[in-house]
Design a binder for this molecule. Structure first.
Ligand SMILES: Nc1ncnc2c1ncn2[C@@H]1O[C@H](COP(=O)(O)OP(=O)(O)OP(=O)(O)O)[C@@H](O)[C@H]1O
Length: 556
C-alpha cells in the first residue's frame, strides 16, 4: 500500500493541499479525481518526490517511509500527461537507451525490450519514430518507458486526457493488464468520470482537501450519485453548499481504514548502471539525436564553416605588409614628415585590420558558442526528472552535456583557427592561437549551457546568452574606451577581451603587433596570463553547469 500522511503543500504563497492523508491499494487501479485546480497533480508530484514543492507530510510504500527521491528510484514511476521521449528516436531505441541506463547485460536488455514492447502493444511500432506516433500510441510509449525500471508503483497524471474514446479505453485496458498480470499498483489522475467504475479504489479531492476515499459503490453511496459524472457539479453546487471535507473527517474516515493486509516491503527490481556506463549511453543517444536532427546539424555545420569564411573575406590576399619601415634621410625635413605621416597612416590601416580580424573571429566564436549550449538542458528538465526516478544520476547527465557541447565548441575553435590562419597568414604560434580560440568557444558554450541549467526554459537561457554575447564587444574596451576605474573590473569577466589579447600577444615582436597596438592604444598582457584567465572562465562556466544540474536534480 502507498500511503500519504498529513500532506500539506504550499505554492505561490498559498496552501494547495491541506493535511491530506490517503491510501492507495496495492496491486490495484487507483483513481485520484476532483475538480480542476483541486490539487491532484500536486499530490502526485509530491508523492513521486518532486523537489519543486514546499511539501510537508509523509509517504509510506509497503510499510517503508520514503524520505528522498533516492528511496523512490526503481520503486516508483511517473508517467506525465505528455510523453517526453525524444521524437527523433524510434520506439525501440527509446526503450533500449533507457534500459542501458540500468545495470543489465546486452542479452537481458534485448529480452526486456522485447517483453516491454509486447506488454504495451508496441511490438508492431518498434521501428516508428516517436515524433510520428498518435496520442494514444505516445501514451503507450510513456508507459513502456516507465516499465523499464520495473517499479511496483506507477503514478499516471492524466494519461488518457485528450484521447478519443477508443484510445482511452485501450490505455485503461493496458493499465488493467499491468495491474493484473504484473501486480503493479497504479495511481491514475483522471478527468473523465465515465470510466470511474473501472477503478478499484477512488480518492476524491476538492479545494486541496480529501473529501472521499473508497470503492466505487461506496463512492456512489457517499455522494448519493448513480452517475459519477455529476460529481463536479455536486461539489461546486452553490445552492446547496456542503463542507464535504469536514463531513468526511467526521463520518467517512473510519470505513476507509479497512483496506487490505500489508504486503511485504517493495524492493527495487533493477539497479542503475555505473556513472561511466550511464554517461556513455547518454552520449551515444545525444550524438544519434544530433545526427538525426537535420536542421540543427545543417545550422551547426553552416556556422562552423561559414563564420571563418566570413572573417577571411576581409583579407583574402592575406594581411598587407608594412612597407615604409625606414625613412629616406635625403628627403629633408618636409619629406621626412610626409614619410612619417604616410607610415602612420599605413600602420593605422594595417593595425586596424589586424585588430579587427582578431576581434571578429573571437566575437563570432562567442556567438556560435552561445548557440551550442542555451537550449541543451532546460527543455529536457522534465525528461531528466523522469529518468532520475529510473536511476539516472546528475553526474553522468552533466558530463554528457559538457562533452557534447564542448566537443562542438572545440571543433568550431579549431576550424576557425585553421581557416583564418591559412588564408590571412597571421604570424605567431598555431598552438597559442588555436588554444586561445578553443578556450573562447568553450567558455561561451558552457556559460550558455550553465544558463540553460539554471533557467526554466531554453528561450530564457538563449536570450540571456545573446545579451551576454552582445555586451562582450562594448565592454571589452577594445572598440570603445571604458571609463578608467571600470576597465580592469569589467574586463576581468569579458572573454572576448582575453581572447583578443591572447591572440595578439602570440605574435608580439612583429610589425603587425606594433601596428595593432599603435591603433588600439592598448597595453596587451602576456599570452600566458590571457590563457590563464580564459581557463578560469572555462572552469567557472563548468561550475555553473554542474551546480545548475545538481540544483535541477534537487528541485524538480
Ligand atoms: N508552482 C505553483 N505556483 C503557484 N500555484 C501553483 C503552483 N503549482 C500549482 N499551483 C496551484 O495549485 C492548485 C492545484 O494545482 P494542480 O495542478 O495540482 O491542480 P489539478 O487538480 O491537477 O488541476 P487540473 O485538473 O486542472 O490539472 C492550482 O490552483 C494551481 O494554480
Amino acid at each position: 500500500m502507498m500511503e500519504v500522511r498529513n500532506l500539506t503543500v504550499r505554492a505561490g504563497g498559498r496552501s494547495v493541499l491541506q493535511n491530506v492523508s490517503a491510501r492507495f491499494r496495492s496491486g490495484c487501479m487507483n483513481a485520484v479525481i476532483g475538480p480542476s485546480g483541486c490539487g491532484k497533480t500536486t499530490l502526485v508530484r509530491a508523492a513521486v518526490g518532486s523537489g519543486a514543492l514546499q511539501a510537508d507530510g509523509e509517504f509510506w510504500l509497503e510499510g517503508t517511509k520514503l524520505t528522498s527521491r533516492g528511496d523512490r528510484v526503481g520503486r516508483v514511476g511517473y508517467v506525465p500527461q505528455f510523453c517526453l521521449a525524444h521524437p527523433d528516436l524510434t520506439v525501440e531505441e527509446s526503450i533500449l537507451y533507457s534500459l542501458k541506463l540500468l545495470d543489465m547485460g546486452p542479452e537481458e536488455i534485448s529480452r526486456r525490450a522485447d517483453q516491454i514492447l509486447a506488454e504495451t502493444g508496441l511490438s508492431r511500432l518498434r521501428t516508428r519514430f516517436v515524433g510520428k506516433l498518435s496520442g494514444g500510441q505516445l501514451r503507450r510509449v510513456a508507459l513502456a518507458l516507465e516499465l523499464v525500471a520495473d517499479p511496483s508503483l506507477l503514478f499516471c497524471d492524466e494519461v488518457t486526457a485528450g484521447l478519443d474514446p477508443e484510445s482511452e479505453d485501450g490505455i485503461l485496458d493496458l493499465i488493467r493488464t499491468l495491474v493484473e498480470r504484473q501486480g503493479k499498483t497504479v495511481v491514475n489522475v483522471i478527468h473523465n468520470l465515465h470510466h470511474l467504475h473501472r477503478f478499484d479504489w477512488i480518492v476524491v479531492l476538492d479545494a486541496g482537501e480529501k473529501v472521499f476515499e473508497g470503492h466505487f459503490p461506496a463512492f456512489q453511496k457517499w455522494f448519493e450519485l448513480e452517475d459519477p459524472v455529476k460529481l463536479f457539479r455536486l461539489l461546486g453546487d452553490l445552492s446547496n453548499p456542503r463542507d464535504w471535507a469536514a463531513l468526511w473527517r467526521e463520518k467517512g474516515e473510519e470505513p476507509a481504514k479497512s483496506v487490505e493486509a500489508e504486503r511485504p516491503p517493495s524492493k527495487r527490481n533493477t539497479i542503475p548502471a555505473s556513472d561511466f556506463s550511464q554517461a556513455k549511453t547518454l552520449l551515444q543517444r545525444r550524438f544519434r539525436l544530433f545526427l538525426r536532427d537535420r536542421g540543427y546539424l545543417a545550422l551547426t555545420a553552416a556556422i562552423t564553416i561559414g563564420f571563418p569564411l566570413l572573417v577571411v573575406i576581409f583579407a583574402l590576399d592575406g594581411i598587407p605588409q608594412l612597407t615604409r619601415l625606414s625613412m629616406d634621410s635625403g628627403l629633408g625635413t618636409l619629406g621626412r614628415l610626409q614619410g612619417e605621416i604616410a607610415f602612420a597612416k599605413e600602420a593605422a590601416d594595417v593595425g586596424s585590420l589586424v585588430s579587427s580580424l582578431i576581434l571578429f573571429q573571437v566575437v563570432l566564436l562567442t556567438l556560435t558558442g552561445s548557440n551550442n549550449g542555451a537550449r541543451e538542458i532546460a527543455p529536457q528538465a522534465g525528461l531528466f526528472f523522469q529518468e532520475s526516478l529510473r536511476g539516472l544520476r546528475p553526474g553522468p547527465f552533466c558530463f554528457e552535456k559538457l562533452v557534447f557541447t564542448g566537443g562542438i565548441a572545440v571543433v568550431q575553435g579549431i576550424v576557425m583557427t585553421v581557416v583564418v590562419k591559412s588564408v590571412v597568414h597571421f604570424p605567431g604560434s598555431w598552438w597559442i592561437q588555436g588554444i586561445t580560440l578553443v578556450l573562447v568557444s568553450l567558455a561561451l558554450s558552457w556559460l550558455a549551457l550553465g544558463f540553460s541549467a539554471w533557467l526554466k526554459s531554453g528561450e530564457k537561457a538563449s536570450l540571456l546568452a545573446v545579451y551576454v554575447v552582445g555586451f562582450q564587444l562594448p565592454l571589452s574596451g577594445i572598440v570603445l574606451t571604458l571609463p578608467e576605474p571600470l576597465t580592469d573590473l569589467l574586463r576581468s569577466v569579458i572573454t572576448t577581451y582575453w581572447g583578443w589579447a591572447s591572440y595578439l600577444a602570440s605574435f608580439r615582436n612583429t610589425g603587425l603587433y606594433d601596428a595593432a597596438v599603435f591603433v588600439s592604444g592598448e597595453k596587451v598582457p602576456p599570452y600566458l596570463l590571457c590563457l590563464l584567465v580564459l581557463l578560469i572562465h572555462v572552469f567557472s562556466a563548468m561550475i555553473l553547469v554542474a551546480s545548475g544540474v545538481f540544483r535541477m536534480h534537487r528541485t524538480r
